[in-house]
Structures are given as C-alpha cells and as structure tokens.
Design a protein around this ligand. Sequence first.
Ligand code: GDP
Ligand code: IMO
Ligand code: MG
Length: 427
Amino acid sequence: MKVDVLLGLQWGDEGKGKVVDVLTPRYDVVARFQGGPNAGHTLEFDNKKYVLRSIPSGIFQSGQTNIIGNGVVLDPVLFSEEARALEQSGINLKDVLKISRKAHLIMPTHRLLDAALEAAKGKAKIGTTGKGIGPTYTDKVSRNGLRLGDIEHRFEEKYAEARQRHLDRLASLGAMPDPEELATLEAKWKEAIEYISQYDIIDSEHVINRMIDEGKSVLCEGAQGTLLDVDFGSYPFVTSSNTVCAGACTGLGVAPRRIGEVYGIFKAYCTRVGSGPFPTELFDETGKKIRDIGHEYGAVTGRERRCGWIDLVALRYSIMINGVTQLIMMKSDVLDSFETIKACTAYEIDGKVTRDFPFNLDDVEVKPVYTELKGWKTDMTSMRCENEFPSEFKAYLDFLEKELATPITIVSIGPDRTQTIERKDRV
Ligand code: GDP
Ligand code: IMO
Ligand code: MG
C-alpha cells in the first residue's frame, strides 16, 4: 500500500512538474487531484521543454497510468489543445491517460465570468489566471456544476441551464458577451467535448482503490501551492480548491490512512503571481536579480512573478498543514552568484514577534525578521552528487533542516531532469 503526495509549499510554481517527472519511474500511477489549467507545470529533458496544465506530469515516462481525478476542473478546449500537441510529439496519450467522470467541466461562460468578476473587484482583484477556475468550483459547491460524466446524461439540457444562469449573472455585471463571439467559443467547446469523449472516462475512485489493493503505488501530483489553498492560504488571494494534502483524499477518493510520504516542494527563495500579501517580497535590485536569473515569469500567463527571500514562517505552517515527511528544495542554482542570502525566521507585527503564520497579513505591516547566511558563490548546475556541494550551501541546507525540522531529501540545481540530486542519507 503506497500513496505518496507531492505538493507545493509556497504560492505555486515551485517546480512540481519537474520532480513528478523525475519520481514517476518509482510509481505505477500518477494522478492530479485538484486545480485545472490555472496550473503550468514545466518539464525539461533531452533539450526539450514541455508545459503541462491539466495532464499529469507522469506521461513522459513509460508504463504508468496517468489519472485526472474528480477534484480537477477541466476545460475541454485547453485540454484538447494540450493533448493534441502531446500526441503530435509522439505520445500515445489515449493509452496512458484516464479521466474521472466526476471531474467538473469549465464552460466558456465560466471564463467570461472569471474576467467579469475580476473586473468588478477593481483594485481588490485576485489576479486570477482567467481560466474560469473560481466560477467552476463555485458551481460545483453550489451544486450547479456540469461533470464530464454528464456527457452521457441529459448533457444538452444541463449545459443550457448552466449557460443561462451564467448569462444572467454576466448581464447583472454589465458584461454580456457578444452573441457571435460566444457562439464561436461554444462551437469550439462542443468540438472539444467530442475529442475528450475518445478518452477512457472512468470511475477513478474505484480504479485507483482497486490498483492500491493490488499493491500498485500512486504518486498524487498537487497543483498551485499551500499558500493558495482556499482554506489555509492567504485568503481571499487564493485559488478555489484544496491544494493541501487532504485535497488528494477528496480529489481522488483515497482514504487518509492510505497516504504514505508527503513530499513538500519549495524554492530556495520565494515567488508569487497575482495579488495578495507576500511578507518577504523584494522591490529592489535583489528581487530583480532573482527574477532575471530564475526566469520568474508565469508558465501560463507570462506574468512577472513577484520575488523575495525564503519565508520559513510560511514554510513551517505549510509543513504542519500537510504533514510533510520529506522536503525538496528547487532552484538552488538561482542563488549561485549571491554574496549573502537571507531567510525569514519570524514576523514582527505591531512590535510583537511571531513564528506562527497569522490570520491577517493584509491590513497590517509585517516586518520579516531575517537571518543572513553566507552565499556559496559557486556554479552548482553541473554537480551530480551532494559531496560536490560547497560548504556554504551545505550550511544553508543544515540551517533550513533545523528551522523546518524536516529532512531535505532532494535538491534541484537546474531545470533539466538530470539536474536533480538525491540525498539518500536523509531519507
Ligand atoms: P510548477 O508549477 O510547480 O510545476 O513549476 P513551474 O513549471 O511553473 O515553474 C518552475 C520553473 O522553474 C520552470 O520553468 C522549470 O523549468 C524551472 N525549474 C525547475 N527546477 C529548477 C531548478 O532547480 N533550477 C532552475 N534554474 N530552474 C528550475
Ligand atoms: P502551478 O500549479 C502560481 C494563482 C493566480 C492567482 C490565484 C487565483 O503552476 O503552481 P485562479 O486562476 O486559480 O483563480 O487564480 O492563484 N495561481 C497560481 N500561481 N502557480 C499556479 O499553478 C497557480 N494557479 C493559480 O495567479 O493569484
Ligand atoms: Mg507553474
């Protein structure tokens, strides 16, 4: 019995796709459990780069079953674009990918609603990816959603009902779409539904549990990050799903007692896209340097990612919520040229120092308390084992492990599959 979960501990884009690809050969199944095409998971190998949005990052290895679980929201149009491109590059996707009947569908009007609701918020906007995520999960929770399995049951009628409800809401927001534009979007959407119907659409909770009973192992791939979780993130500047470990249980139908390792991924620094609090954000040359060296631009929207120092207050909180058993540190190489590196160990709020992640980060001034460490000033990108690590980098790892009370078992030193160093003695 082995169901492991891999998830982001910060505000997303930690490098989940890369590590899922690296770990996939150890598993029989790779499954996405929440989120949708708001995700952009990048993989690099053999001098090629791929960005996956709804499809699990296990598809480039061979022999695994990949599953899109019930907790995911799926846009048929974006899915078909992503899937067709992969088919063209030689992947027999229909043989290796299965999709849950219970996954909810993102409709064209959900995307229009996402844009209209953001516009209505004005300055308070979330800075969503514009993929209709919020409105689709809202329909799910308010019991109005359309699921992939509905294709087989009164689909046209359910679609029309939801569409009308969305149009009424759009009218109330003064954002009625042009009928011709909407018709074009809908024609594409219906064509994409035909395409998606060619896939193996399954009762994924039964399939997964049967496989576990047969002794197969599952890697659950998180999207977004813990600080974007709808319950525990920096609400309301969050996404609309449970990105935390418990989300793997509800998003796949896997019981909590089945969960084994929980891999928590973080960058050696910190980034965020969209609005919302970010205590360690840097607005100076250092922030710009991290963005330039780390190529910190969104994989989905191309937006500049906000950059800052690592935040151990937030990381400790994420580790606690998820029950992280192993840490994975990404993009260590981005700090290769820094003279010194800072790590936030506590927040000072209204003159009081706290090590706990607070309820409110929005309307208060949060002053990070930093520990400064010596930089390693060494190019680590071609290193292949941890014995080669410079002593200052080892000291950074030791410091983080102590502060976070969790072992760092994998260190990533570049975007390629091969630039991944396991620390076997830490497992
Ligand atoms: P995800 O959403 O968590 O899968 O992460 P993204 O793919 O959105 O963002 C991570 C970015 O960092 C991608 O462009 C990766 O190719 C890149 N990347 C991953 N690991 C490393 C690393 O160790 N070093 C560097 N320099 N880049 C990395
Ligand atoms: P991956 O899986 C980083 C952010 C958006 C916005 C907020 C809500 O690649 O790590 P949404 O469209 O979900 O309603 O937007 O969440 N966001 C992400 N930020 N990485 C992601 O995914 C994200 N998915 C959503 O920028 O602030
Ligand atoms: Mg991403």
